[in-house]
Design a protein around this ligand. Structure first.
Ligand code: AMP
Ligand code: FE
Ligand code: FE
Ligand code: ZN
Length: 280
């Protein structure tokens, strides 16, 4: 039997990805993936569209999102899988997450203006053309209007944490976010722990009901994947994975390059029934 592979971490133009939902489905099909999930930042808007494209291509689609959450003053990304995309609370509350993003862009632009960069927040929103704008859109606007030569330069000069224009985003509390995903019938998974350096907070996440840890990720070397898989097994959490593809702009390898085995999805499904309740 052929080995089947999946990619459970993908972004589209509904947040800061470059690819449309249709392009993602085409790329997944070219990579012969058996299943994919859409995990746009703080939105579930693209899921219904990608589900349709996946159906046409015979690819299994798992609804998903990547919520920005606060844990003890750190920003962490929480993946939600198998969420009911018609869940009213999820739809309502992600609107607040999106408002936090909009406010943050306005604050970042204000900082840039103080530094003599004559850019307007509206220019960023017009370029982003989505409800969940982020720093990558601001970076692209800085390139488009001639303030930087590349998005990388925009991040390293202005937008990365600790640089002159950086301001934090207001994020929801991790406990509330885990509960939000659960009440929508989903599994809550800690995204790319290798990038966060907050392993010491994992017990708190587990206590709050965390279901899994993302082990395979483009920026996780093999040793990191191994370490988190062992940790997940020990803590009885599911080990998930994906490319975190945003497009080509940030040098992210393409969709499906992490070779995440299909069995992962089966293990996730086994975790599901205990979480499933009537979706409100
Ligand atoms: P935000 O959610 O607005 O804080 O932006 C975070 C997003 O910016 C991440 O999901 C990445 O897509 C992207 N990003 C973060 N750091 C960098 C960087 N140094 N260079 C390019 N893109 C980055
Ligand atoms: Fe992103
Ligand atoms: Fe992330
Ligand atoms: Zn992501």
């Amino acid at each position: 039997m052929d080995n089947k592979f999946i990619d459970l971490h993908i972004h589209t133009t509904y947040s800061d990805g470059i690819f449309t939902t249709e392009q993602v489905a085409n790329a997944a099909s070219e990579m012969n993936l058996s299943a994919i999930s859409l995990t746009d930042h703080d939105t579930i808007e693209g899921c219904s569209y990608l589900a349709e494209h996946c159906q046409e291509k015979g690819i299994e689609f798992i609804s998903g999102t990547e919520l920005s959450v606060d844990i003890e003053g750190y920003e962490m990304h929480l993946l939600g899988y198998f969420i009911d995309i018609n869940n009213k609370r999820l739809i309502n509350e992600t609107t607040q997450y999106q408002q936090n993003r909009i406010n943050r862009i306005i604050e970042l632009v204000t900082q840039l203006n103080k530094m003599g960069i004559d850019l307007q927040a509206e220019q960023v929103f017009n370029l982003a053309k989505c409800k969940a704008p982020g720093r990558p859109h601001l970076a692209r606007a800085l390139v488009k209007y001639g303030f930087c030569k590349s998005s990388n330069e925009a991040f390293s000069r202005f937008l990365r944490k600790g640089s002159p224009a950086w301001v934090p985003k207001t994020n929801a509390n991790y406990r509330d976010a885990i509960e939000l995903i659960h009440q929508a019938g989903g599994l809550a998974v800690m995204a790319h722990p290798g990038l966060n350096k907050i392993d010491n907070l994992i017990p708190k996440l587990v206590e709050a009901g965390l279901d899994g840890i993302e082990c395979w990720h483009t920026r996780h070397p093999k040793s990191t994947t191994k370490r988190y898989r062992e940790m997940a097994a020990k803590l009885d959490l599911v080990a998930t994975g994906g490319s975190d593809c945003h497009g080509a702009e940030q040098g992210h390898p393409d969709i499906g390059t992490r070779q995440v085995p299909y069995e992962i999805l089966e293990k996730m499904k086994q975790k599901l029934p205990t979480k499933l309740g009537p979706s409100k």
